[in-house]
Design a protein around this ligand. Structure first.
Ligand code: SAM
Ligand code: SF4
Length: 323
């Protein structure tokens, strides 16, 4: 039960933490081909500083933490952070969003450190196309990573596919069939306008394409903790989810706040500034003071984002704010 509420009576119990802006891939919908401006290492929150924020958040009733980025597994010694977080009172769910390229190496260590589950981004099952979308990666590494995550029981492993017209939308049925063949939990995500890739496909169309072949059965509960709506192909062990930030914004049930790698606490994916926690942390602020700043950030949470109003590119990217 959430203890922290924003001005619109939404309970806030979930903190997403970006541990780095950097990434070993350059997905066309997320980053430019040059990658990201290098943030001096000293500007990143240290693991101790991240834990200080999580301790204060835990005391306010935040129970779930997700590590993201950038690519979280490029930050050195990530399992150490997970172990530190898993010892914080009140935190009962630690998860990770990753591109999966380094999962084979780290899956077991992450599990042993206290990680519960992972979401892996994968937009194609074709090696050449994978290279086009990510600009740098190898599909085989991600497939190995998914296998390693399942093997290490980082379950449920969810596979997130951003659907783009004429880029990968012809693979929707292939991904859907992986829920039967491999028991994957696949989530189709609507493209958001963070770069000049704008080949958006609405979730309703993705669903229609699947249902032309076979009807989807709703899963119960239809909606989990997050924004996805879940279904199942008859007889499949895996599920199919739809995440529709553009056509069905989930702001009215949003339960999350986000900590950037430089220590800004943002109350919305599209808040540009957030509240600075780094300076107070480095001036030895007490846990009470950090709690007060978290309460202020939550109070400033907007009623909804303006993604669909804007015909312009969103200036702060997913890799900066912790997608
Ligand atoms: N590097 C990790 C990964 O790729 O999973 C974590 C960070 S990434 C920014 C988090 C999620 O944001 C990924 O699932 C990615 O597909 C999604 N994402 C990035 N840019 C997006 C966009 N323009 N539209 C929709 N989803 C996007
Ligand atoms: Fe990196 Fe994830 Fe962005 Fe792709 S979506 S460039 S893997 S941060």
């Amino acid at each position: 039960m959430a203890k922290l509420f924003d001005s619109f009576q939404r309970g806030i119990d979930y903190l997403r933490i970006s541990v780095t802006d950097r990434c070993n891939l350059r997905c066309i919908y997320c980053m430019s081909s040059e990658g990201v401006p290098l943030i001096p290492h000293g500007d990143l929150l240290s693991y101790e500083e991240i834990c200080a924020v999580v301790r204060a958040a835990g005391a306010l009733g935040i129970m779930k933490v997700r590590l993201t980025g950038g690519e979280p597994l490029v930050r050195s010694e990530l399992p150490i952070l997970i172990r530190m977080l898993s010892q914080i009172e009140g935190i009962d769910d630690i998860s990770l969003s990753t591109n999966g390229t380094l999962l084979k190496k780290y899956a077991l260590e992450l599990k042993q450190a206290g990680l519960k589950r992972v979401n892996v981004s994968l937009d194609t099952l074709k090696a050449g196309r994978f290279r086009h979308i990510t600009r740098l990666g190898e599909l085989a590494d991600v497939l190995d990573g998914i296998e390693a995550a399942i093997g290490a029981d980082l379950c449920p492993v969810k596979i997130n596919m951003v659907v783009m017209r004429r880029i990968n939308d012809d693979e929707v049925l292939d991904f859907a069939s992986m829920t039967c063949k491999e028991g994957w939990h696949v989530r189709f995500i609507e493209l958001m306008p963070f770069t000049d890739v704008t080949e958006f496909v609405p979730s309703s169309e993705v669903r229609q394409r699947i249902e032309l072949i076979r009807a989807l059965e709703p899963c119960w509960p239809k909606t989990g903790n997050g924004p996805a709506k879940y279904f199942r192909l008859p007889g499949a062990t895996g599920t199919i989810g739809f995440i529709s930030p553009m056509t069905e914004p989930f702001c009215s049930s949003c339960n999350r706040i986000r900590l950037t790698s430089c220590g800004r606490l943002c109350s919305c994916l599209l808040s540009y500034d957030g509240i600075d926690l780094k300076e107070p942390l480095r001036s030895n602020a007490s846990i009470q003071e950090i709690k007060q700043l978290i309460v202020e950030a939550v109070a400033s949470k907007p009623e909804h984002h303006h993604l669909t109003d804007a015909a312009v590119l969103v200036k702060r990217k997913m890799y900066q704010i912790g997608g």
